[in-house]
Design a protein around this ligand. Sequence first.
Ligand code: GLC
Length: 557
Amino acid sequence: MHTNLPAREERPWWRDAVTYQIYIRSYADSNGDGIGDINGIRSRLPYIKDLGVDCIWINPWFQSPQKDHGYDVADYMDVNTEYGTMDDAKALIKEAHDMGIRIILDLVPNHSSDLHVWFQAALNSEPGSKERDRYIFRDGKGENGELPPNNWEAVFGGPAWERVIEKDGKPGQWYLHLFAVEQPDFNWENQEVWQHFRDIFKFWLDLEFDGFRIDVAHGMWKEKGLPDVDFAEVELLDRHYRPYWDQEEVHEIHRDWRKITNTYKHDPMLVSEAWAPNDQRTAMYVRPDELHQSFNFSFLTAKWEAQSLKQIIDKSMTEVVKVGAPPSWVWENHDVVRKTDRLELGLQNKGKGFEKYGDPKKLNKERALMRARAASLLELALPGGAYIYQGEELGLFEVRDIPEDRLEDPIWKMSGHTDRGRDGCRVPLPWTRDAAGAHGFSSDKSLTVDKAWLPQSAGWGEHAVDTQQGVAGSFFEMIKQALKIRKAEAGLGDGEMNWLESTDDVIAFSRPGKFACYVNFGPAEVVIPYGAEVLISSAPLKGEHIPVDTAVWLRLP
Ligand code: GLC
């Protein structure tokens, strides 16, 4: 693995960065309306600094009717009024930079909101017009065009096509939306679309934002002729071949963007959300003239099982290293069940019902936390960059009791109320054990837990920030300590790693500087190597023994 990288101080920041993901709507509410906002993030910068991450990724904060909570963008060059003003955004980037924290934004290039001026213009224009050409409009099949142009299904459920009413008041053409009805897909064969995104890039990079997470980076290009798919049903985290995912042409778009970021002295980073069919295809997104990082989704869908996890790490890492990119580890984000629940219940972010969300009755919370803590230490010891999703540093669990009439994720509606969707990992963050102000989420102390945009459940304060920050042994303090060690150890971050010999139930590897990480998946305790010094462990060791579901960082003799 990467044996010839320059020393950490000399290599680009994004090769080693630990990035903290902020789901802005649920982070901190500065104005008492029950919705997180930019000034809320500003007020929490000291917390983020204390945690010790290098960078923040903020989920889409642009003007948006919020049909998919910001992933439906109406204006890419302004912030959503609910979240604040451009002046707030400028103040945030300045304050973060003053603290040595970088910020990347979340760009949504596959589709816009139906309220984007371009889409409104398209609706008000004739079939075949240049306005319609910026999106994917087609005539329907059937005698009167009453059938959708093909059999594609939307990721959130239902057909991927919506029929519009033309100016004469009659049903007319159909437009493609791979996600919600309110998220029409752009036509990337249209040069105006390319130019629009170049302008958006420059707009935010000129303000010194440090890059973008690229939403659905594998989706923009559709196979010529829009052929039917063999089996229609799709899932968000789908890795099958589809005529709209992972097409060769999509790489041209990424090359165009890399050329733009390369012109900026502050070295912006682009990280791709690409659900490509395998590790090799995922690595293609991070070839030297494309994006900088690509989320490791093989890791995100892994089970808590030593041998399969080791293989996933090995294989996925080998592929990105081949193209010269840093691996980018992620356990949690705003689209998946929290890893506390997942690793304990053996979930892999796929399927439906219990397969996807697990049976909460089977959740052993104590073991779940043990695994989640060990998993975090494992992630932070691996080469490359790492991501932490807000609340992951607190060991939050998936929220499962949001009343149906409060569910907001479009998946709930579009699945015909069969899939509760992703709200369970998006509940506003508990800052205080005390319930006032929705557990400190809101500056308005009178805001009750049910008045936050998603209601917080009973007991939500149990893992609150104020029960953990400064409390020895807490999840938060473990992450903070690990990040401190990671900074101090020149051998951590990107670079060389070697597997160490171990039993089948253990993952063990070394990093330069005689550093080693051991993770014990059980069923038996494992003895640490003779003479090793313990730097940190995810649970107290029993003398020289590593308990089950525990990770430890060591200095080998
Ligand atoms: C990505 C986002 C997800 C969003 C979808 C559509 O998968 O992570 O939250 O719903 O794209 O933009």
